[in-house]
Write a protein that binds this ligand. Sequence first.
Ligand code: BTN
Length: 237
Amino acid sequence: MPKNGYKLVSSPDILILEEIEEYLTTNFIGRNIYYFDSLDSTNTKAKEMAMDEEEGTVVVAEEQIKGKGRLGGRNWVSPKGKGIWMSIILKPNMLPSEVAKLTLIGAAAVNKALEEMGIISYIKWPNDIVIQGKKVCGILTEMSCELNIINYVIMGIGINVNLLKEDFSQELVDKATSLKEITGRDLDRKRLLASVLNHFENLYLPFKQRGGDISATIDISRGKSLLIGKEIRILRE
Ligand code: BTN
C-alpha cells in the first residue's frame, strides 16, 4: 500500500470543470462551467442564465433532448456522452451587426482544436466544420440586443465526437459523421473541449479588444476553407 496516497490513472469521461481544468489555459472563457446530465438545449439554458452570468460562462450537457440546429428549427442529434454540446455566453461591447463574425471565430477555434489532435478539417462558411465532405460540427449563434446594444450572445457549438453511424438518422447519415467514424478511435472529449475554449479565447480577445479585429480568424478560415474558389448559390430561407 503506498504511503503517499494514490496516483489517479484514469478519470471519468464527464465534462465538468474539475476534469477539463488541467487542459485549460484561458483567463475567462470556460472558467465557469455549468454542467448538466440532460437538457432540452444548451442554447436555451444559456439564454435563461445569460443576464446573470459573467462573460465566458459555458453551459455543457451530456445529452440534448431538443438540440437546436440552424435552419428551420431542425433538430441537432445529441446522444448522451458522445459529443460536445455546449454554449458559451458572450457579452461583447460592439454593434449587433458585428456579431456574425463571432461564428467565424467559433469555427476557426474548432478547426484549430481538431488540428491539435491531428485531425484536419475544413470550414464551410460560415459555421460548419466538415471532414471528407460530411459535417462533424455545427454552430448556432443567437443574440439578444436592444437598439444598438448587445445584451448577450450565445454561441452554441455541437461537435460529433464519438457518435456511431447508427446514431444518425437515415436522412443525416450521408451528410453528417463523427470524429470516431473518421479516425476509427474514441477521442478524448475533455481535451477537445478545453482546446476549443483555449483557441476560442485566443481568437476572441483581439476581436473584443481591437474593435472587431478578426485577422487571425480570417487567416485560419482562408487556409481551411471549403468554399474559396468554388461557385456558391445563396438561398434565402
Ligand atoms: C447547425 O445546424 O449547424 C447548428 C447546430 C448547433 C448545435 C449546437 S449543440 C449545442 C448548442 N445547443 C443547441 O441546441 N444547439 C447548439
